[in-house]
Design a binder for this molecule. Structure first.
Ligand SMILES: C[S@@+](CC[C@H](N)C(=O)[O-])C[C@H]1O[C@@H](n2cnc3c(N)ncnc32)[C@H](O)[C@@H]1O
Length: 244
């Protein structure tokens, strides 16, 4: 039975699907719980423990499913929770070989990897690239902090640096996704600071392509002229856009 140090697990279960900021946090954590609860004997890898909110929720699902949870943090978070299925490793999570040496069970495949450590797009990209080959078919890579909304000017957590960093994380996830689009399913959840869930649809050892920066088109003189023309000459009633 999971024992949490800094909060009551029941608070999270009770707030699932509720409005407000804590409701969004809890709903996103419970999305992870539901994914783990659908896998028999899951192996879960968590990057970033701190006070152990996600740790407690993931350990709860692992206990119910006969699984294991390996959590990594650069700081000592060994007292965040207590659970017979939990292993804590104090390490930089990008040190993959150290992690695998300490938790060889990960080599047999990961059902869900949750990334919530260093909020830097390059770090998230590095983790996705290096651990993706260990993710099982049907398993998930889950990314916290993909919604820059709360950090926008005048919003709840107004912070330019974080707005840019969070947008970069979302971009890094899409760069990986579009480089391997046929092999993956990707969903983004906004609200609180956001959660992205990426499912691997192909066998674990299916080779993947490295992430490639996607090229977004920006407003050009031509597109601006078209938009202005639309405004002064709106489409006549019955106008149909060409099917694409
Ligand atoms: C946002 S907190 C994690 C919150 C936690 N998932 C929860 O739900 O309570 C981020 C954590 O990542 C850790 N961290 C930062 N950089 C790291 C790195 N390179 N490797 C491992 N952990 C790191 C920090 O020490 C911090 O505890």
């Amino acid at each position: 039975m999971v024992q949490t140090t800094h909060f009551e697990l029941q608070e999270v279960f009770a707030a699932d699907g509720q409005p407000g900021v804590f409701g969004k946090v809890a709903t996103q954590l419970m999305l992870l719980h539901r994914q783990v609860s659908q896998r028999p004997h899951p192996t879960v890898l968590e990057c970033g423990v701190h006070q152990g909110w996600s740790t407690g929720v993931l350990a709860h699902a692992c206990e119910a499913q006969g699984g294991v949870l390996i959590s990594l943090d650069i700081d000592d978070c060994a007292d965040a929770i207590q659970s017979p299925v939990w292993t804590f490793i104090q390490t930089d999570d990008s040190a993959r070989e150290t992690v695998l040496a300490r938790a060889p069970i990960l080599r047999q495949g990961i059902d869900l990897m949750y990334i919530d450590s260093l909020h830097d797009a390059r770090h998230v990209a590095r983790l996705s690239e290096s651990y993706y080959p260990l993710v099982k078919q049907g398993g998930w890579l889950a990314f916290d902090d993909v919604d820059p909304g709360p950090y926008l000017r005048g919003r709840r957590k107004d912070n330019a640096e974080r707005e840019i960093a969070w947008r970069g994380i979302g971009q890094a996830i899409q760069d990986f996704f579009y480089a391997n689009e046929d092999d993956l399913f990707l969903e983004f959840h906004f609200g609180s600071t956001g959660l992205a869930l990426m499912q691997k649809l192909v066998p674990q050892d299916h080779p993947h392509q490295p992430a490639r920066a996607i090229r977004l088109r920006h407003t050009s003189l031509r597109s601006l002229a078209k938009r202005l023309l639309r405004r002064t000459h709106p489409p006549a009633p019955g106008y149909r856009e060409e099917a694409i």
